[in-house]
Design a protein around this ligand. Structure first.
Ligand SMILES: [Zn+2]
Length: 205
């Protein structure tokens, strides 16, 4: 399976109760876009992935979407934001994405925050904070580094509770059920003191 298999964004299915007008609307507000990112996060959840989803907008339209696929692709870099940026670059034929905005359901990690800087994305909107690995102010702020080639405008907290609840539900279910539990490289928001342990470490404790 390739993370690039769906470079050209096909329209997402309408949300329940959403009519054709909304489906084809061309101007979005932050909450609407974050709801679409949450639909992507739910896809990740349904596939057993840490539920993080993202969408990108350009000129007022959602042009690409992605969700975390680390387990599916067996690739530690397959975070929603990285897949999204790869899709956008393929779609636009350019690594410079300075006219794009991205919406992601969890604060970007250092890898993804670095990719956002390198791709020149002009605006980042995220929902849930990540106090363990968040690089947009949660654990530290990568965007505050002096002399960055570009610095996105950052908006935090759009639909934060929904995104946080989805993540917490995922980690709670996995904690209680999995014998194949492995330490995760994505952290649970709001749990800076709780370490997720692999089965071997759990058995020793
Ligand atoms: Zn990341």
């Amino acid at each position: 399976m390739s993370r690039n298999s769906d470079c050209l964004e096909s329209p997402l299915p309408p949300e329940s109760g959403e009519g054709g007008d909304n489906f084809f609307r061309t101007l979005f507000d932050d909450e609407y876009c974050m709801r679409r990112a949450l639909l992507q996060a739910q896809k990740a959840f349904d596939e057993g992935e840490v539920p993080v989803g993202a969408v990108a907008t350009r000129e007022g339209r959602i042009v690409a979407s992605a969700y975390n696929q680390v387990e599916t692709l067996k690739d530690a870099t397959a975070h929603a934001e990285i897949i999204l940026i790869t899709k956008l670059s393929a779609l636009l034929g350019d690594w410079r994405l300075s006219d794009c905005e991205i919406y992601v359901t969890k604060e970007p990690c250092p890898m993804c925050a670095g990719a956002i800087v390198n791709s020149r994305i002009r605006r980042l909107v995220f929902a849930a904070k990540d106090p363990r690995f968040g690089a947009a102010g949660g654990a530290f702020n990568l965007f505050s580094i002096k002399d960055l080639p570009s610095r996105p405008t950052v908006v935090q907290g759009v639909l934060e509770e929904e995104a946080k609840t989805l993540l917490q539900d995922f980690f709670r279910a996995r904690r209680s059920s999995s014998a194949n539990f492995q330490e995760c490289n994505l952290s649970e928001p709001g749990s800076s003191s709780s370490k997720i342990l692999s089965p071997s470490k759990r058995r020793k404790s």
